[in-house]
Design a protein around this ligand. Sequence first.
Ligand code: GAP
Length: 442
Amino acid sequence: MSDVSVPNDVTLMEKVVNLSKRRGFVFPSAEIYGGFRSTYDYGPIGVQLLRNVKDAWWRSMVQMRDDVVGLDAAILSPPAIWEASGHLKNFTDPLVDCRQCRERFREDQLEDVTICPGCGGKDTFTEARNFNLMFKTHAGPVESDAAVAYLRPETAQGMFINFSNVLQSSRKKPPFGIAQIGKSFRNEITPGNFVFRTREFEQMELEFFVPPEEALQWYEYWCATRYQWYIDLGIPESKLRMRPHDADELSHYSSGTSDVEFLFPWGWGELEGIANRGDYDLTQHATHSGEKLDYFDQATNSRYVPHVIEPAAGATRTMMAFLLAAYDEEEVRGETRTVLRLHPRLAPYKVAVLPLSKKDDLMPMAREVLALLQPHLMCDFDETQAIGRRYRRQDELGTPFCVTIDFDSPEDQSVTIRERDTMEQVRVPVAELLAHLLPRLV
Ligand code: GAP
């Protein structure tokens, strides 16, 4: 990436937000009704990018391993789960109201607890009160206490409450993990920074169950493995760091946590937390449910409660980090070219098929090339505008290759492949097109 030409960080954020809207990555939700409080919709390009981020995670965490299985648990959940997990009591932020301007803030995020950042008032805050971040609703037609349900604030509990089901049905034994990707909901007091902090977001979480004496070793293994995942997918090392939590930052369940952090335009921010959760979760659910949640090791003839190492990442937040890291601008023949240098595995479209003209003589062959590629690769097809503008559009979408069908193509049965980053072009026979592209897109 040509760092010299990257705009300074405040404009980088604006440019990525603008590009997201203009090209169909992310739209503010309910925009025609004036928008809805930091919620976002993922457009035709964004849904592909987000899906590719999740697929890359699933590939590395489930597909490429024989010690992890997947799960897709319910989002609606009974209070008993959150009582046992500690969320009903502990999943709170300290909230203060300004008596003067009536704005609300998280006390722990205020620079000065005596000054209101909204109106500048001094000593205008109310006493802090604990505000639970879980969304509460009612299941069924009766809004009674017996019908209370919560939207899950994390996917993790789905893995703990299914520990026995998975253990018995999959015949895995510790060390083994359960992975899940899905939506979570938190009534954040201060959402913001685009999709960095939203009330509805997606998580990618692994609960890895290990013999207690192996917990530290697996914690270190997962810290290193997860850090490398971001590097392998193109985040430069200068924008990524591992930050161990101080003792006073640790969650109620954790005996050790490290965050993978990305250098966002406003500073370092968490992409993922890797936590050593001990036996907290299984013990809590065993106590509250009355079910045994442990493992009998036939080799040693002993029973134990596995400890849990949890790498917990945000899919939507990570997608934003990939977008920011990939954004680049460079001068090409006196014009600014904007290009998303996304890893090919993440790129929303892998190939764009571009007939040089809309005329009848090129369209049948262009459609044939598209039909050849589509079963293997996500493709775009664009027959409008001048070819230079079509290339620029694909650069902004991060498409690694454009395949152009020109007036010689029907004659020589060949096409021109243009590579996104170098803009180099090569002529390739259609018969060799797939063999040329596929190895360059893994
Ligand atoms: N089970 C542990 C857990 O949920 P967390 O640190 O609260 O841990 C994990 O969440 C990840 O989920 C975070 O690192 C972040 O990437 C993402 N995340 C959390 N809250 C979020 C929010 N409000 N908006 C977007 N992503 C969020």
